[in-house]
Design a protein around this ligand. Structure first.
Ligand SMILES: Cc1cc2nc3c(=O)[nH]c(=O)nc-3n(C[C@H](O)[C@H](O)[C@H](O)COP(=O)(O)OP(=O)(O)OC[C@H]3O[C@@H](n4cnc5c(N)ncnc54)[C@H](O)[C@@H]3O)c2cc1C
Ligand SMILES: *[C@@H]1O[C@H](CO)[C@@H](O)[C@H](O)[C@H]1NC(C)=O
Ligand SMILES: *[C@@H]1O[C@H](CO)[C@@H](O)[C@H](O)[C@H]1NC(C)=O
Ligand SMILES: *[C@@H]1O[C@H](CO)[C@@H](O)[C@H](O)[C@H]1NC(C)=O
Ligand SMILES: *[C@@H]1O[C@H](CO)[C@@H](O)[C@H](O)[C@H]1NC(C)=O
Length: 255
């Protein structure tokens, strides 16, 4: 199983509304896949392509991310596993099996998050979308506000649907401050015209960061600092020097 990005292939099979479905070796690192897709520029996709949702940590293998149900912040698009259109794996008797939701509906559901127990994933076909402007909003809210929001979402879900704000929002608990970081993403193709216009016009109040593309989020120092995390050096909540004001306000990851 090759793990270099050179082994990453782009197929041209038509699937649903997508013109292009990439086939990726399971050993490819997620950031290499995202970079490859972003650079796959065509007239119809001037900013390239991207996975509709991906984790904040992007240095794991695509196969490992799928095997563990690794996720970003998208109830709408789901996890990396939700984006798998076809999976090839080597099973215990040594044979290569190709699974799709159409040919193996039950096995495919099990294999989407199997933590390596059903076989070794060798290749994946992944759902992709065109790159577009994305707004990220960071807010620090008290625990009571978080609980109200959860209660609101739960009540709404009991009536049959989640509120729209849930679609691409994630929370990080800051237990020492009894606060939650609320991180929301809004895309340039939001169904609401006014929201769409706000994103496209790069409307930027104090706590909003506008990125031209979702992949650009990865260049934010909030994320790139993760490479230097002192994971084994105990817990500290000090603000490190050199972060953007938004990243300093968040104090995410600095544990
Ligand atoms: C600093 C850090 C930040 C993280 N951030 C996020 C995040 O934002 N969101 C999130 O959801 N997760 C996050 N994770 C978790 C990470 O995405 C998962 O642990 C992921 O599985 C790691 O991938 P890996 O390639 O290192 O897999 P490994 O750790 O090597 O394997 C994980 C599991 O998957 C199985 N597996 C791996 N490859 C295959 C394969 N080809 N076929 C079948 N089974 C396979 C292994 O058997 C094992 O059980 C983070 C982890 C770290 C260390
Ligand atoms: C190996 O397992 C697969 C999946 O269960 C099965 O389809 C195939 O027939 C098996 N091959 C052999 C040689 O037993
Ligand atoms: C949120 O997701 C639901 C279900 O996919 C969808 O119907 C709705 O339009 C989405 N809302 C926004 C603002 O994207
Ligand atoms: C922006 O963040 C600050 C501090 O993090 C907070 O006091 C303020 O209420 C936030 N504003 C908005 C509009 O969320
Ligand atoms: C977005 O793209 C425009 C035009 O290509 C550029 O001028 C601008 O600096 C970009 N914004 C960011 C945040 O990169």
């Amino acid at each position: 199983m090759a793990s270099s990005v050179a082994a990453l292939l782009i197929g041209l099979a038509a699937h649903c509304a997508l013109a292009t479905v990439p086939t990726v070796d399971a050993g490819v690192i997620t950031i290499d896949l995202l970079n490859y897709l972003a650079n796959y520029v065509t007239a119809r996709a001037p900013a390239g392509w991207t996975l509709p949702a991906f984790p904040w940590y992007v240095y794991q293998t695509v196969g490992g991310a799928v095997a563990t149900g690794t996720h970003g912040s998208s109830l709408k698009w789901g996890t990396m596993s939700n984006q798998v259109l076809e999976m090839q794996l080597v099973v215990a008797n040594g044979s290569l099996v190709t699974l799709t939701p159409a040919t193996h509906p039950f096995l495919m559901r099990a294999a989407r998050v199997a933590v390596g127990k059903l076989g070794i994933i060798t290749q994946l076909k992944m759902r992709i979308v065109r790159e577009q402007p994305v707004t990220r909003r960071l807010r620090t809210i008290p625990a009571s506000a978080f609980l109200s929001l959860m209660s609101e979402a739960q009540t709404s879900a009991q009536r049959g649907s989640y509120p729209d704000w849930v679609n691409e929002t994630e929370f990080f608990w800051l237990p020492h401050r009894s606060q939650f970081m609320m991180v929301s993403f809004t895309r340039g193709d939001d169904p609401d015209p006014a929201t769409r216009q706000a994103v496209l016009a790069s409307y930027s109040p104090q706590n909003t960061t506008v990125f031209n593309t979702s992949r650009q989020l990865l260049q934010d120092s909030l994320v790139t600092r993760m490479e230097d995390l002192p994971l084994l050096q105990g817990v500290s909540f000090d603000t490190p020097a050199g972060l953007t004001p938004a990243a300093q306000a968040s104090k995410l990851y600095w544990v």
